[in-house]
Design a protein around this ligand. Structure first.
Ligand code: GLN
Length: 454
C-alpha cells in the first residue's frame, strides 16, 4: 500500500459521505497528492520516516495554512489566504503527515454546536439530526466519519473534548503552553490550546508527540522536554488514585451520562485503580468566570479585524470610521458580536474591578481547587459533557443554555490543565464521553488511564 493509496482513500471517503457530514470548508487535494507522491518515492528506502509518515490529517480552520484559505468559518475571513504556516502545521510536515483540508467550526471558535459557522452546519455522523458539538465540530465529525485518519482542533473552553464526546472519538486538550499557539487565530489567548482528535488513545499519543514542544514564536510556550507519550501506554492503572468530583455528577447531568461514567469508573476499579469522591467547591462559578474572561480577551483579540489589514472590507464606506463599522457589522456573526460587546463592557474602566478582576480571582480559586485535589490524587474523572449531542436547532439562539454545555470542560481551561475525552458508551444511539483530567504537564498519566480504559 502506498501513501497515494491512503490519500486516495481519504478523498474517496470524503466524496462518499461529505454531503451528509459537511465537515470540511476547503480541500487541498492537489497539494496532498503531490506530497503523497514525494513520500511514495521514499517508500522502500531505508532513510528514516516521520512519526506520522503518510497519514491523512484534517486541520481546524482557525489554524493558518500557507496558500490555503483560513476562514475561522467567518465571512470576515472568507478570502484570507495566509502567507505562513502555523507552528503545528510545520510540525505536521516534519512528521510527514498529509494535510487533506480545512475543517468547519463555530465562527472564531465561539460556540459548541457548529451552528455558528457562517458557511454551513456540520452534522453528527451518528445521526444527522444532531449537532457534532463544537467549536471543533468539523474536526470531530471528519474523524468519526472516517474522512481523515485524525485531525487538529483547538480548545478554549471545551472545543476539542465536547465534540469528541458527541462524535464518539478521542479528543485531548494539552496543558496550556505545551503546544505552540503561533498561527492559531486567537480567541482567548490565556485559554486557547491546540490538540488532537483521533479514533483511539494511541493515535492521540502519536499526534501529541508530533505537535508538542517549545516554540520561540509563542511567548507562552513552555520550555520543557517532551516525554515519550507512547511509552506511557502500559495498560497498568494498579493503585492509581482517581478523584471523582461530586459537582461533576450532580444537578444537570443526564442520568444516562452519569450511569455510563459510573460504569467506566467500575471498570477502572476492576483494573486496580482506587476511586474516591472529592469536591471542587468553586466549580459552579466556572461558566460565569469563563464567559467574562474569554469574551474580554476576544474583544481585544478581534480588534485586529478592522477591514484594513485582514479579510473583507465593506463596500462604499463614507469615511475611515465607517470602514471599521461597516466591515465589522457585515463580517461578524451574532455570537461573535455578542462576545465582543460583553467583553468590551467587562473591560471598560467603570466595570473592570466588578467583572474582569473578580472573574480572575474566581479563576485562581478554581485552580486552587484542582491543586488541592491533585495533592492526593493522580487524575480527576467525570463526564466530558452533561448530555449527549443535542438536536440541531434546539439550542440555537439560546446562548445561556448553550454555554452550560461546557460546565465540565471550562474549569480545566481556567486551570491550564490537560484533559482527554474518551468514549464510554451510548445513550439512544449517541456517544458519551469520559473526561480524564491530569496535573499540569502530566499528559502521560491521562493517556495511560484513557488507554487502559478504552
Ligand atoms: N463553547 C465554548 C465557547 O463558546 C468553548 C469554545 C472553545 O473551546 N473554543 O466559548
Amino acid at each position: 500500500i502506498s501513501v497515494t493509496d491512503v490519500v486516495d482513500e481519504s478523498y474517496r471517503r470524503i466524496a462518499q459521505v461529505e454531503d451528509k457530514v459537511k465537515a470540511f470548508l476547503a480541500l487541498d487535494e492537489e497539494r496532498a497528492r503531490a506530497t503523497a507522491k514525494t513520500l511514495d518515492a521514499r517508500l522502500g528506502t531505508d532513510d528514516s520516516k516521520g512519526l506520522l509518515f503518510g497519514l491523512p490529517i484534517g486541520v481546524k480552520d482557525n489554524i493558518v495554512t500557507e496558500g490555503l484559505t483560513t476562514t475561522c468559518a467567518s465571512q470576515f475571513l472568507k478570502n484570507y489566504n495566509p502567507i505562513y504556516d502555523a507552528t503545528v502545521v510545520k510540525k505536521l510536515q516534519q512528521a510527514e503527515a498529509v494535510t487533506i483540508g480545512k475543517l468547519n467550526m463555530d465562527e472564531f471558535a465561539m460556540g459548541g454546536s457548529n451552528e455558528n459557522s457562517s458557511f454551513h452546519p456540520t452534522y453528527n455522523p451518528w445521526n444527522p439530526d444532531y449537532v457534532p458539538g463544537g467549536s471543533s465540530g468539523g474536526s470531530a465529525a471528519a474523524v468519526a466519519a472516517g474522512e481523515v485518519f485524525f485531525s487538529l482542533g483547538s480548545d478554549t473552553g471545551g472545543s476539542i473534548r465536547q465534540p469528541a464526546s458527541y462524535c464518539g472519538v478521542v479528543g485531548m486538550k494539552p496543558t496550556y503552553g505545551l503546544v505552540s499557539r503561533f498561527g492559531l487565530v486567537a480567541f482567548a489567548s490565556s485559554l486557547d490550546q491546540i490538540g488532537p482528535l483521533t479514533k483511539n488513545v494511541e493515535d492521540s499519543a502519536y499526534l501529541l508527540q508530533a505537535i508538542a514542544g517549545h516554540d520561540p514564536m509563542d511567548s507562552t510556550s513552555l520550555d520543557v522536554d517532551v516525554p515519550d507519550y507512547l511509552s506511557a501506554l502500559t495498560g497498568d492503572v494498579q493503585g492509581l488514585r482517581i478523584a471523582v468530583p461530586k459537582e461533576y455528577l450532580g444537578q444537570g447531568i443526564d442520568p444516562k451520562v452519569k450511569d455510563a461514567v459510573l460504569t467506566a469508573l467500575k471498570t477502572l476499579e476492576g483494573l486496580g485503580a482506587i476511586v474516591e469522591e472529592v469536591s471542587l467547591p468553586h466549580s459552579e462559578y466556572a461558566v460565569a468566570a469563563y464567559y467574562l474572561l474569554a469574551s474580554s480577551e476576544a474583544s481585544s483579540n478581534l480588534a485586529r479585524f478592522d477591514g484594513v489589514r485582514y479579510g473583507v472590507r465593506a463596500d462604499n464606506p463614507k469615511n475611515l470610521l465607517d470602514v471599521y463599522l461597516k466591515s465589522r457589522s457585515e463580517g461578524f456573526g451574532d455570537e461573535v458580536k455578542r462576545r465582543i460587546m460583553l467583553g468590551t463592557y467587562a473591560l471598560s474602566s467603570g466595570y473592570y474591578d466588578a467583572y474582569y478582576l473578580k472573574a480572575q480571582k474566581v479563576r485562581t480559586l478554581i485552580k486552587r481547587d484542582f491543586e488541592q485535589v491533585f495533592e492526593k490524587y493522580d487524575v480527576v474523572i467525570g463526564p466530558t459533557a452533561p448530555t449527549p449531542a443535542f438536536r440541531i436547532g434546539s439550542q440555537h439562539g439560546d446562548p445561556l443554555t448553550m454555554y452550560l454545555n461546557d460546565i465540565l470542560t471550562i474549569p480545566v481551561n481556567l486551570a491550564g490543565l490537560p484533559a482527554i475525552s474518551v468514549p464510554c458508551g451510548f445513550a439512544d444511539g449517541l456517544p458519551i464521553g469520559l473526561q480524564v483530567i491530569g496535573k499540569a504537564l502530566d499528559e502521560s498519566t491521562i493517556l495511560r488511564v484513557a488507554h487502559a480504559y478504552e
